[in-house]
Write a protein that binds this ligand. Sequence first.
Ligand code: C5P
Length: 322
Amino acid sequence: NGTLGEVWDDEMSSTMLGQRLRKVVQNYQAMNKYGVQFPDAGAGVRHPKRSGPELLCQLRDTVSIVTLTPDMEPFARFPWATQLPARPLSMEVGPFKTCAVVSSAGSMKNSGLGREIDAHDAVVRFNAAPTTGFEKDVGSKTTIRLINSQVMASEDHRFLSSSLYSTGILVGWDPAPYSSDLSEWYNKTDYPIFQQYQRYRRLHPQQPFYILHPRVEWQLWNRIQENMAEPIQKNPPSSGLLGTVLMMSLCEVVHVYEFLPSRRKTELCHYYQRFIDAACTLGAYHPLLYEKNLVKRMNQGLNRDIYTHGRVTLPGYSTFNC
Ligand code: C5P
């Protein structure tokens, strides 16, 4: 038809993936490394498909953004707990009017979205995503950087020394056991998040650095599974969705860029690397396909904005009634 190309279909299913990715998804679905206990889709009573506003209300009611504070056990017993921020993120940061969530997708490249992104009151970026040299496409403002424990622990990323991480507020997270029990997690982190956290804080004591309570990732996972017709990967959601929900709790309006791919859709994994893999956009470890279905259903912007700008519009938690 030539006027508007296809945008993300909110009923994407693993059956639409290629054979290789479908296998990977099935393996993670069966593996259950984190001990997820939740009725598989189809096993219980199937809820009729929720509308966008219903999903938004459900998210706000059941996913609360909590960060670790020094009073929480078992941390309260450790001398280093004083390195944790005294008050939770939600009490120290925001509220903001407009926020931009910048996915790291290859389709950010040549988007020319930099100026639009920087016009927001707060901008969230992920992991090792740079701005230097990519300002025209991704902007230069970084208010919050959400980083996973793998990046925090990896030698390649030079987390402790690279200036990439030195601007904005850092928020770290780690895939925890499904129980979200802090002691259990402390003894069984996916990567050494606490060791790296302590080192980073000693080197950069002035930079605000929070750690996400693992309950956030699994509360969010529950909502994804509950609203999908098929079993999803039993692994935590991607940084992109965590950051989106984080900003919905801090902002009046959230624009998410290239989480739902625009007309620039590409198999290039990241805008800042020459690595090609469709799994980056469609998911392998993370239930990314289903995260995108959920975001598509909650989108309040136009399909046209997705197509041209890769832009989704979500309302902040403070702005809607349920
Ligand atoms: O790869 P990384 O997790 O650092 O990227 C940040 C986020 O951007 C991902 O968690 C995912 O939500 C999103 N992303 C995407 N498509 C890509 C690459 C990243 O949706 N091709």
